[in-house]
Design a protein around this ligand. Sequence first.
Ligand code: ADP
Ligand code: MG
Length: 243
Amino acid sequence: MPSVAVEGVTKRFDGRTVLDAIDLPIESGQIVAIMGSSGGGKTTLLKCISGLIVPEEGKIEVDGIDVLANPEEARQHMGMVFQSAALFDFLSVRDNVLFGVRRRRALSIKEAETLTAELLERVGLVEAADRLPSELSGGMKKRVGIARAFALKPRVILYDEPTTGLDPVTAYTIDQLIVELRRDLGVTSLVVSHDVSSVFRVADRVAFLDKGKLVFDGAPDKFRESDHPAIRELIDRAEAKSL
Ligand SMILES: Nc1ncnc2c1ncn2[C@@H]1O[C@H](COP(=O)(O)OP(=O)(O)O)[C@@H](O)[C@H]1O
Ligand SMILES: [Mg+2]
């Protein structure tokens, strides 16, 4: 049984097809990069998987749970890291994470504090726990979002452009964190990205969406050699930049 099963998913907005019969079965513990042009449907696909958007057609299962029939239950098995971390300005890093933990889990304050300390350790924020969001770098804010997403000990984690807007060195540290979390927790990870070098660092597999269609699904080295025009352009541009 795959950890995430996307079958024939079609999503339309105002009659426009944004996802066109997408099939994406994902094995447990895999890191899959989802790439594609801007407006290609990447965020929409993550939102369908997380049950926030309901597709017109298709089937989605997470950990064997039918997301369309039981979105609440399925969400207990998933964590989501959105592009903006949406932190409370007036709460410290620790309290932002604690708030996320208590909102998602019915724990005593003591248990919630213990879990919060574990999560801060896991994402490398112990030192910054007393800071306010205004005192954090972009990379640290991202880590707070990741800590909160792990509050439910999810089997599946969805990252929407986790390194966008970060400088290359910080982006690298977030990539490393994504790899570590998979290694230590075995979490199945879907990572939307448009950063080719980041994808080659983290992904076991690449899925490329072009105009709502899945035009490539395979290993990173096959992706590098693909002759699909949109993929070729992306790879050639990235290689020219790194020369
Ligand atoms: N809630 C919505 N209502 C109408 N159109 C939407 C909505 N969400 C996304 N879209 C459209 O769907 C397309 C895919 O969007 P999105 O999934 O955000 O793309 P990506 O994340 O790949 O940049 C875009 O053309 C976008 O404008
Ligand atoms: Mg997007």
